[in-house]
Ligand binder design. Structure first.
Ligand code: BTN
Length: 325
């Protein structure tokens, strides 16, 4: 019922629709309409009710639910929305062996145990971000997994450009940065067997509506949100829909074996290529120069003696980007 009322309110957006009209279209009493409208407002929809005119759905309310996501995606994609979960990556990993689809998405309103890379906690116990995980089942070798991570970072940057008109950058392999602060993190987890990938889970956390006070004080100088950068409250469902399309493009490239084509866009977003970086490797910090990535997404570096090497994200982590070479 709620879904059908929402359909009618959206069709009329910008204008009132009377309770009587709604009850005629949906074949229920005006009291039922009124009760459902009340439920929708409890879910966060801003619906003006005016005697003699009826109901009006306000533009720009940020409600995240299954309806709002599906409404914006015309393709037949398996999407699961939950109000709250410990971690969408955990949920995705549990679901992955049972889903027949090779591309699906899990979205949560909030996460009680959001996970970051290297066993860190990821702050997401609130309804202010996009917390989601894609389950991908591409027929590729495990060595290609890093390229999927990099391509996902590019997909996030494209989404921020498409929806929010923000130019973000990527700190290899997958920290999305605006004004020197992290706006999004990506956690990729893979399951493979004897040289074949069963599935890859790409967990994406984008800070959308947080203000500085919403972040723990120890990350005040490291974290930012789209609201803090633009002063605007973007709709999370709109961001998710765009992300879904951009990730679908990544997946098409994976399926057709042309992921290298997509990795060319790395150049548009890299914050590390051509810069001196501090790398944490074997329990030590070392300074090197980042030259670029190879066709698998490995970071190509050169040390101060001129020796070149390549690293995967499991071998090193970048602790600082120090400046142009
Ligand atoms: C990082 O920056 O270290 C990676 C953060 C990844 C966070 C996302 S939020 C959705 C998904 N579920 C999780 O528990 N983690 C990822």
């Amino acid at each position: 019922m709620n879904k059908r009322i929402l359909d009618e309110l959206y069709n009329k957006q910008g204008d009132y629709i009377s309770g009587q009209k709604l009850s005629q279209i949906l074949g229920v009493s005006r009291t039922t309409i009124w009760k459902n409208i009340r439920e929708l407002t409890e879910q966060g929809y801003e619906i003006k009710a005016e005697g003699g005119k009826g109901y009006l759905l306000s533009d720009g309310c940020d409600v995240l639910n299954s309806y709002e996501i599906h409404k914006r995606i015309s393709k037949n994609i398996e999407i699961h929305y939950v109000n709250s979960v410990n971690s969408t990556n955990n949920m995705a990993k549990n679901m992955a062996p049972h889903t027949q689809k090779d591309f699906s998405l899990i979205v949560a309103g909030s996460q009680s145990g959001g996970r970051g890379r290297m066993g860190k906690k990821f702050e997401s116990d609130n309804e202010k971000g996009v917390w989601c995980s894609f389950i991908l089942k591409p027929e590729i070798q495990p060595e290609k997994a890093l390229s999927v991570t990099i391509a996902s970072s590019i997909a996030v940057c494209r989404t921020l450009e498409d929806v929010c008109d923000i130019k973000a950058g990527i700190k290899w392999p997958n920290d999305i940065i605006i004004s020197n602060k992290k706006v999004c993190g990506i956690l990729s987890e893979m399951s493979c067997e004897t040289g074949v990938i069963n599935h890859i889970v790409i967990g994406i956390g984008i800070n959308v509506l947080q203000q500085k006070k919403d972040f723990p004080t120890d990350i005040h100088d490291k974290a930012t949100s789209i609201l803090m950068e633009t002063g605007r409250e973007f709709n999370r469902a709109k961001i998710i829909a765009s992300l879904c399309y951009n990730m679908l493009e990544v997946f098409e490239h994976l399926k057709t074996g042309s992921i290298n084509e997509f990795l060319k866009f790395w150049k548009d977003y890299t914050l590390t290529d051509g810069r001196r970086i501090k790398v944490f490797k074997n329990e030590k910090n070392i300074e090197m120069k980042a030259l670029g990535i190879d066709d698998q997404g490995k970071l190509i570096v050169v040390d101060d003696k001129g020796n070149k090497s390549k690293f995967t994200s499991g071998e090193i982590s970048i602790r600082g980007v120090l400046g142009y070479i």
